[in-house]
Design a protein around this ligand. Structure first.
Ligand SMILES: Nc1ncnc2c1ncn2[C@@H]1O[C@H](COP(=O)(O)OP(=O)(O)OP(=O)(O)O)[C@@H](O)[C@H]1O
Ligand SMILES: [Mg+2]
Length: 705
């Protein structure tokens, strides 16, 4: 039986509009409208449920609304259509009502059976207009709206399994937050988004594999196996203790900027940080050439030493310290002379002897001592300017003989220039004695030295032979045309906890700054995506506090900067977290797209609610009840918020995060009858554990049978 369009429209009707405002439409549902499945529409159609879509005819199309709630009101006088007979008394009857949010307008396209959906409602219906169920093609057009639908990520169960597609430009371009409880499917979604994007790009590409760059910071070591398989992705895996085919994770300490050094060493703001900065600057100055032979390095160390002596003496000379603070100045000179004595045998340079003699002569002339309470008190009398001038002149010629002053201001202390960690500690000690602040710096120096002697740390940050800045960028961000693969997986799971925040911060910052420089030199961006898993530990909200600049704060600040400015330099951020309420609000509010999995925690839900515009909050009420692998996608990446059932990711492509199989292990076999056995091999574990510890303390490992 064929229906006229008018009749057909009538059969989809489920109620009438009885309240309308720009952000809310309330509908009284017809009494005879079906309860769960509509059979009067030519085929079984699910009756609208929460978050489903409905249509209201307006001037030039349909207003599309998304259902926020459906309720029953006990109405004393229901108005059954066609039955308003005053002689009849209706018994109280449940009247159903629903509320929906206007989303946009659906218009018929040129060719038949096709519709075009646009966000925003420019015309609104009036009360009394009928409300209809959309047809299958209408539903599809709503969900499948938007122009550049490039990558299919799943289907929409509420819209007749319409395909949900995204445009990577939008999804990654303005940061994406993937939020949800543990086990809700975040990691699978992230791995899927990367994989499907790359697969699609490979198909669309004309010139070989995609020139794409993803960097996955993976604190749980889940992703190493997720990207294997074919050649589309070709992951590079960086890891402490790499297996075959993986690369050792290296984040050289000379990449760290001063804030990272300060946070790591817990330097105090007033005394230690300025000195640490100065030490970094000085040690980096003149150190651009790491291929320099040992001889050159020694020469440079001497140059640096003499330069700092000269500067110190000159400063004292001009500040008048040799008269007002003569005794201190004397001891400073004495320390300098001792240092020179110690260095003398290494250098057969008679300029050094001249300096030492000049200093000793001045010291001898001013030295004095007296006895008090059985102790000898030593002190120096005021120096004459001539004495100090002689010393300065001797230093000057010594400096010149070894190649001139090492430029003290040097490069910025944050430029990644090569130096050895031990040199930094040495230099700090020299500075401390020069400035007479050893008591403030001892702890700092000791901490750096301890850290450098720990083999687990050393392996990541100090044993970085042969690593140059460009090689590192090539390895971690990706080579030209992504020839060495398209995804870097940085497995942070075995990085010692003391440095894991600094290491993460450094990788993120280096990526960001490299891309910034790329834009400066090429006048175009190199699109790159940085993925941060378990973001609540690395992008954790912190208290603004100058004193407390711990590593977690510094790490969070790097991501805040990326969230704010990354877009301009082609760096997109994808963060995945179970605890959105613990995330930095700055980062979260800079995310323009959200993929929300099940969220049951109260505070997390409240937070997510605050992120979305008012009229979408209804949609989010579904969050606590979402099954795993299902999520709500909203924001910039999608024309309208949709509920997506994410594509299936085969086991072999999933990040490793299986739920523990208690039952199968307990009963010794799995559901399909395959035996499951777990042996508890503590000996092997103990040996593995202690092998690390033994070399930590430098002791020989106990022999293991
Ligand atoms: N798209 C998918 N395809 C197939 N299986 C999925 C998918 N999404 C989720 N799963 C299933 O759900 C399980 C948990 O998913 P996943 O590891 O992604 O959760 P998660 O949210 O990252 O959890 P956590 O916060 O603990 O890391 C997976 O082991 C997998 O079996
Ligand atoms: Mg996960």
């Amino acid at each position: 039986m064929s229906q006229t369009p008018f009749e057909q429209a009538g059969s989809f009707r489920i109620g009438v509009v009885d309240f309308i405002s720009p952000d809310e439409v309330k509908v009284a549902i017809d009494i005879e409208a079906p309860d769960s499945v509509a059979l009067n529409t030519g085929g079984p159609r699910p009756f609208p449920r929460v978050n489903g879509y409905l249509l209201v005819p307006v001037d030039d199309g349909f207003l599309v609304g998304q259902i926020e709630w459906i309720t029953v009101e006990r109405s004393p006088f229901p108005k059954r259509r066609g039955m308003q007979d005053f002689g009849l008394v209706d018994l109280p009857y449940p009247l159903r009502r629903l509320r929906m949010n206007p989303l946009g307008i659906l218009r018929e396209a040129e060719d038949e059976e096709k519709y075009v959906f646009r966000r925003g409602a420019d015309s609104l219906p009036s009360v009394g207009t009928s409300v209809m169920l959309p047809t299958e093609p209408q539903l599809r057009s709503i969900v499948e709206s938007g122009e550049r639908r490039r990558v299919k990520i799943g289907t929409s169960p509420l819209a007749g399994d319409a395909q949900v597609c995204v445009d990577p430009d939008r999804l990654f371009g303005r940061h994406l937050a993937v939020l949800g409880n543990t086990g809700s499917g975040k990691s699978c979604s992230v791995a899927g988004l990367i994989r499907w994007s790359l697969e699609q790009a490979t198909k669309a590409g004309t010139d070989g594999p995609p020139n794409a760059r993803f960097i996955v910071l993976d604190p749980n070591g889940e992703y190493s196996r997720a990207f294997g398989g074919d050649n589309t992705i070709k992951p590079r895996i960086f890891k402490v203790d790499p297996a075959e085919g993986e690369t050792a994770l290296k984040v050289p300490l000379w990449f760290w900027n001063s804030a990272e050094w300060c946070s790591f060493t817990q330097a105090s703001a007033r005394t230690q940080r300025p000195l640490l900065r100065r030490a970094l600057r000085e040690i980096k100055s003149g150190r651009t050439d790491i291929t320099a032979s040992n001889e050159d390095e020694k020469q440079l160390a001497l140059r640096r030493f003499l330069t700092s002596c000269l500067i110190s003496v000159q400063r004292d000379l001009y500040s008048g310290a040799l008269r007002t603070d003569e005794s201190k100045f004397g001891f400073r000179l004495k320390a300098m002379a001792d240092d020179l004595d110690a260095k003398m045998p290494e250098y057969s340079d008679n300029h050094l002897a001249e300096v030492r003699d000049a200093i000793n002569e001045a010291l001898d002339a001013t030295y004095n001592s007296f006895e008090k309470d059985g102790k000898t008190i030593e002190y120096y009398r005021a120096f004459t300017e001539a004495q100090v001038q002689t010393i300065a002149a001797a230093l000057q010629s010594a400096v010149e003989s070894v190649g001139g002053i090492v430029y003290q201001e040097g490069p910025d202390e944050d430029v990644p220039l090569f130096f050895h960690g031990t040199d930094l500690a040495d230099h700090l000690e020299v500075l401390a004695s020069q400035e007479n602040v050893s008591q403030y710096l001892d702890f700092l120096v000791a901490r750096i030295r301890t850290f450098l002697s720990n083999p687990r740390m050393k392996a990541v940050v100090a044993d970085t032979d042969g690593i140059t800045l460009d090689r590192w960028l090539n390895d971690y961000i990706g080579a030209d045309v992504a020839a060495n693969g398209r995804v870097s997986v940085v497995d942070l799971s075995l990085v010692p906890t003391e440095v894991v925040h600094v290491v993460t911060a450094v990788i993120a910052r280096m990526t960001f700054e490299a891309l910034q420089r790329y834009v400066k030199l090429n006048d175009a961006t190199l699109p790159t995506v940085l993925v941060m898993e378990e973001a609540h530990t690395f992008i954790k909200r912190y208290k603004e506090d100058v004193e407390n600049q711990d590593a977690a704060t510094v790490c969070c600040q790097v991501f805040e900067r990326i969230a704010r400015e990354g877009r301009k330099f082609g760096l997109g951020l994808v963060l995945s977290s179970q605890r959105p309420s613990e995330l930095s609000p700055t980062v979260l509010s800079q995310c323009n797209s959200y993929l929300l999995h099940r969220i049951s925690n109260d505070r997390d839900q409240q937070l997510v609610h605050r992120l979305v515009p008012d009229n979408l909050r209804g949609l989010l009420r579904e969050l606590p009840s979402l099954p795993s692998q299902t999520a709500i996608l909203l924001g910039w990446a999608t024309e309208l918020p949709v509920l997506v059932k994410i594509n299936d990711l085969p086991k072999s492509q999933q990040p490793r995060s299986d739920d523990p199989d208690f039952w199968d292990v307990w009963v010794g076999s799995s559901k399909d009858g395959t035996p499951v056995s777990r042996t508890a091999n503590w000996q092997g574990i103990a040996a593995d554990w202690q092998a690390g510890a033994a070399s930590d303390s430098g002791a020989a490992a106990e022999p293991v049978e």
